[in-house]
Design a protein around this ligand. Structure first.
Ligand code: PMV
Length: 334
């Protein structure tokens, strides 16, 4: 499927982060980063990673993040990803990767989803490859499972696939960012400065290996995906929000039951979830979701976003709040 571009190169791509409404938590293959089940997400505007890849024949890989040259694990992770691109492009050229986030890295929202989606698009183009969207998504998946979804805008579903080589484990767009324009995600950043949480990769592997609730969590995914798809096509916020909140809490329940427990919540996380449920009972409709960290994201309509953000900002330990609309997929920049 890949066609070679004769021009050597340099390419810049941008990608946005996404938040899963039906979570991905557990793999069927760790080496190829194959998910054990599907997932479904909303790509957000505002949280953008812009990455430039420049081929540097004869030189080692370099990584500059937000103006800071990187070494050690961050560089190794990018280099290992570039190896996959080099193998396809049949070259051993090094590359210089320069990446910027439109949001402060210290907010704790730095996302491997936007990072590896932008890197997959920029690196393939810089190395003269033009992949089909599904191939590009499967490639981004090797960097991070959620990155496979950030190639596309709006609502996106990740297919776990069945093949041992993972060629059928890629994300597909369900409805683009214009489909449901009044939808919003309020992001409440909890505890800027708290110690770094367990990375999602090790958190999910440990959960799968030790949690007696892992099988129960996995059993929720297929019906939640079906309910989420139906809610999206009906633009039914109540139905979609119920799925999102229960999927997040079931994922965290499985992590909490791991031995030892994987606990991402801080006090403010729990207070924020309570506040969202209380507002909802009072007629301000929002639904909470939490990823592998303490921050709370709330799915709501534009008309409720300010009230929800204002209430969450009052909670001690919530250090900032902002509101995102549905965002576009990854794209090359001139
Ligand atoms: O893509 P990863 O390996 O960072 O894992 C993402 C895990 C969650 O954010 C907790 C859930 C999800 O589906 O994005």
């Amino acid at each position: 499927m890949s066609e070679a571009d004769p021009r050597p190169g340099r390419a810049t791509a941008e990608a946005r982060t996404n938040i899963a409404l039906v979570k991905y938590w557990g793999k069927r293959d760790a080496t190829l980063n194959l998910p054990a089940a599907g997932s479904l997400s909303l790509t957000l505007d505002g949280l953008v990673t812009t990455t430039t890849v420049e081929r540097t024949p004869g030189a080692p890989d370099q990584l500059v993040l937000g103006g800071e040259p990187q070494t050690g694990e961050p560089l190794l992770r990018v280099s290992r990803f570039l190896d996959l691109v080099r193998a396809r492009a049949n070259t051993s050229d090094g590359a210089r990767v320069t990446s910027e986030n439109s949001f402060p890295t210290a907010s704790g929202l730095a996302s491997s989803a936007s990072a590896f989606a932008a890197l997959a698009l920029a690196a393939t183009r810089a190395f003269g490859l033009k992949l089909a969207p599904s191939e590009l998504s499967a490639l981004a998946r090797r960097g991070s499972g959620s990155a496979a979804r950030s190639l596309f805008g709006g609502f996106v579903e990740m297919r776990p696939g069945e093949r041992p080589d993972g060629a059928d484990a890629y994300a597909e767009p369900i409805a683009d960012e214009r489909f449901w324009p009044e939808l919003r995600m309020v992001v409440a950043v909890v505890g800027g400065g708290v110690p770094k949480s367990v990375p999602s990769r090790s958190g999910m592997e440990h959960t799968a290996a030790t949690s007696p609730l892992y099988a129960g969590w996995l059993a929720t995914v297929a019906s939640d995906l079906a309910a989420a798809r139906a809610a999206i096509s009906a633009r039914d916020l109540g139905a979609l929000g119920e799925v999102a909140e229960r999927s997040a809490l079931a994922m965290h329940a499985s992590a909490l039951a791991a031995r030892p427990a994987v606990l991402y919540f801080r006090g403010a996380t729990v207070e924020a979830i309570h506040a969202v449920r209380e507002l909802r009972a009072a007629g301000v409709e929002g639904y909470a979701t939490v990823d592998a960290g303490p921050h709370v994201k709330v799915l709501c309509r534009e008309s409720a976003a300010r009230v929800i953000a204002g209430r969450l900002a009052e909670i001690p330990g919530v250090t900032s709040t902002f509101v995102c609309a549905p965002g576009a997929g990854a794209r090359l920049r001139p």
